[in-house]
Ligand binder design. Structure first.
Ligand code: NAD
Length: 434
């Protein structure tokens, strides 16, 4: 099949590369000409493990190409997929659909014949049908089909997630759309990946409900971490015990500094906003949003508490800026709120992140960026672990201790053993552990 992928960001690039791996011919289109130029030179503009080699292989095989010229990308295509960004308006939480609408207009203008237009971006209920109205209004001459096919990949393991998804959700309004989507995903379907066909409305809501549920799990275990600290229990053991219950499962039960990233925060705000607008308030989701906001302030307090609440004149060495390991994505990373809170209390910040520093330096003024974990702690009063990159899991702790002014470690990801840290002479604080 021939596919045009509109939007070459995390989702568009990964999906485009993976569809080309299935044997389809994919043109990834983006308005950002710098991005397209870089891609044409073989440079992947985002950090996503495995994506560069994967894309290069399919480019060499002639199945994957990048262009900013939508008209050329539309030549002979049977499916156009919209994978553009859908940021939220910070105050109201509503989704900014302008990129989706613009993409639909552009696709309509460039269409050369019958076309299935699939929305892969995360969009509020009703958007798929709105896309259909735009297509029809711009080009009433074209026989249109539309579908909603939300994407569930996780940054950091996106290629693997795309190739081995738990399920594929398709919201369709015609048999032709269903047939084309079955053909598109045939390699996964043959591997027995479940495909759920439903209406666009249900498909759109499945994406939001999934992310809201995952966010709720994280907020819940963070709350349990606070309870653990108050009553002398260990949240890691509590989470393990809860996770052994097949109805709950062990994933997304890691206490920490709150969730961030390009999806969970904006998607739950969107769901809450949609609930308010439709007269079906999403009270649990609203509580999760508030709890996650509060979480970051609480973590700044926890760090300050290691110094009796007074951070003025202290230097903190921070490890990990991205919202999770294996990505360079900083969107809504807890670090972006926690670091300014620490600075406002008078702390100086030294920091290191394996992939996030290039972008972080613009977003976090006043931070001294360091070349590695050891440079971070040099002359610092404490080491603070914010993101659990693998390279932070086995630090040479003797060296860290020798470099620190005071042997203080605040581990917001619980990646070190409490007893071992005490044996080594650290004043060690973690999350939800006695
Ligand atoms: P992104 O910001 O990385 O990429 C979006 C791209 O679309 C940008 O390169 C932008 O230049 C391009 N674009 C915008 N308007 C365009 C237009 N009219 N024509 C062509 N290109 C255009 O975004 P992303 O992280 O890939 O997310 C895309 C969508 O997928 C969002 O709705 C997001 O919620 C959803 N999603 C993201 C993830 C994730 O982990 N990033 C996972 C699942 C779903």
């Amino acid at each position: 099949m021939r596919i045009a992928m509109i939007g070459a960001g995390y989702v568009g690039l990964v999906s485009g590369a993976c569809f080309s791996e299935f044997g389809h011919l994919v043109a990834c289109v983006d308005r950002d000409t710098d991005k397209i130029q870089a891609l044409e030179q073989g440079k992947i503009p985002v950090y996503e493990p495995g994506l560069d080699a994967f894309a290069a292989r399919n480019v060499r095989a002639g199945r994957l190409r990048f262009t900013s010229d939508l008209a050329s990308a539309m030549s002979g295509v049977e499916i156009a997929m919209i994978a553009v960004g859908t940021p939220s308006r910070r105050e109201s939480g509503e989704v900014d659909l302008s990129a989706v609408r613009a993409a639909a207009q552009d696709v309509a203008a460039a269409a050369r014949g019958a076309l299935l237009v699939v929305t892969k971006s995360t969009v509020p209920v009703g958007t798929c049908r709105e896309v259909a109205r735009i297509l029809q209004a711009v080009r009433p001459d074209v026989p249109w089909d539309v579908a909603s096919n939300p994407e569930f990949l996780r940054e950091g393991s996106a290629v693997e997630d795309f190739l081995r998804p738990d399920r594929i959700i398709c919201g369709v309004t015609s048999q032709r759309a269903e047939r084309l989507l079955r053909e598109l995903y045939r390699p996964l379907y043959l591997n027995q990946t479940p495909m759920l066909f439903t209406t666009p409305e249900s498909a759109e809501l499945i994406k939001y409900a999934t992310n809201a549920f995952l966010a709720t799990k994280i907020a819940f275990i963070n709350e349990m971490a606070d309870v653990c600290e108050a009553v002398g229990a260990d949240v890691q053991v509590v989470a393990r015990g809860m996770g052994m219950d097949g109805r709950i499962g062990p994933k997304f039960l890691h206490a920490g500094p709150g969730f961030g990233g390009s999806c969970l925060p904006k998607d739950i705000r969107a769901l809450a906003a949609a609930g308010r607008a439709s007269g079906a308030p999403a009270r649990i989701v609203e509580a999760v949003i508030a709890a996650n906001e509060e979480r970051k302030r609480r973590m700044a307090d926890k760090i300050a508490a290691a110094f009796g609440g007074a951070l003025r004149g202290k230097t903190l060495g921070l490890l990990g800026i991205t919202f999770k390991p294996n990505t360079d994505d900083l969107r809504e990373a807890p670090s972006l709120e926690i670091i300014p809170l620490l600075q406002a209390r008078g702390a100086s910040i030294r920091a290191y992140d394996p992939k996030g520093m290039a972008r972080a330096s613009e977003l976090l003024p006043g931070v001294a960026w360091c070349e590695d974990a050891y440079a971070v702690v040099r002359q610092a009063d404490a080491l603070v672990i914010l993101t659990e990159w693998n390279e932070f899991r086995a630090l040479h702790l003797d060296e860290i201790k020798a470099l620190l002014k005071q042997p203080v470690v605040i581990d917001l990801r619980n990646i070190y053993d409490r007893e071992r840290m005490a044996e080594l002479g650290f004043r060690y604080t973690s999350v939800g552990r006695p």
